[in-house]
Design a protein. Structure first.
Length: 177
């Protein structure tokens, strides 16, 4: 116990001596203190955001499919899918969020696409058969109709994309059925 008290006292003296040593001005110490306080505030905000995301996703089922590895997707109990779609199929290398997507349960039929767009608005251009993990699918296949909302400007394989509903996102032409 004496050794611990001695060491703690020595460490305190060493810290005070180093803080008072020549070459480190009070303004430099104050600037570093301010930088540390700013970093602590950023960490607190990130922890809060992570907590909110965990709370949000706790009641949703993750949607994980090989063809959607550039997404983070969850399904609500109703079957509606919420997804974030990034700029790299390997999420550890992603640098940007490209789209936020909403998937409404439906069938791969032109009449069902029209039903979804009448109820929720234009832009549900992409169908995904979740059971078979395919874009499009067999006529009448069950899955979700996605609308993708771009969150930034960038170039996609089908051309330039601007923030807002991407009417050209991986269009899957629905069959008549």
């Amino acid at each position: 116990m004496k050794a611990r008290k001695w060491f703690a006292g020595f460490a305190l003296v060493a810290l005070v001596a180093s803080a008072c040593s020549p070459g480190v001005s009070a303004s430099e110490v104050a600037a570093k203190d301010q930088e540390i306080a700013s970093l602590k505030a950023q960490v607190a905000e990130l922890e809060k955001s992570a907590k909110f995301w965990q709370q949000l996703t706790a009641v949703m089922t993750p949607v994980e499919m090989p063809s959607m590895s550039d997404h983070r997707a969850v399904m609500l109990p109703s079957g509606v899918v919420l997804a974030t779609h990034f700029d790299n199929m390997d999420l550890s290398r992603a640098e940007n969020l490209n789209w936020v997507a909403l998937g409404i349960p439906g069938k791969f039929c032109k009449s069902d696409q029209e039903r979804v767009e009448q109820a929720y608005g234009k832009g549900f251009t992409h169908f995904h058969d979740l059971q078979n993990d395919t874009h499009g699918g067999e006529p009448g296949a069950e899955g979700v109709w996605f609308v993708h909302v771009a969150v930034r400007s960038f170039d996609a394989p089908w051309g330039s994309v601007s923030p807002g509903v991407d009417q050209n996102f991986m269009v899957t032409s629905a069959p008549d059925c």
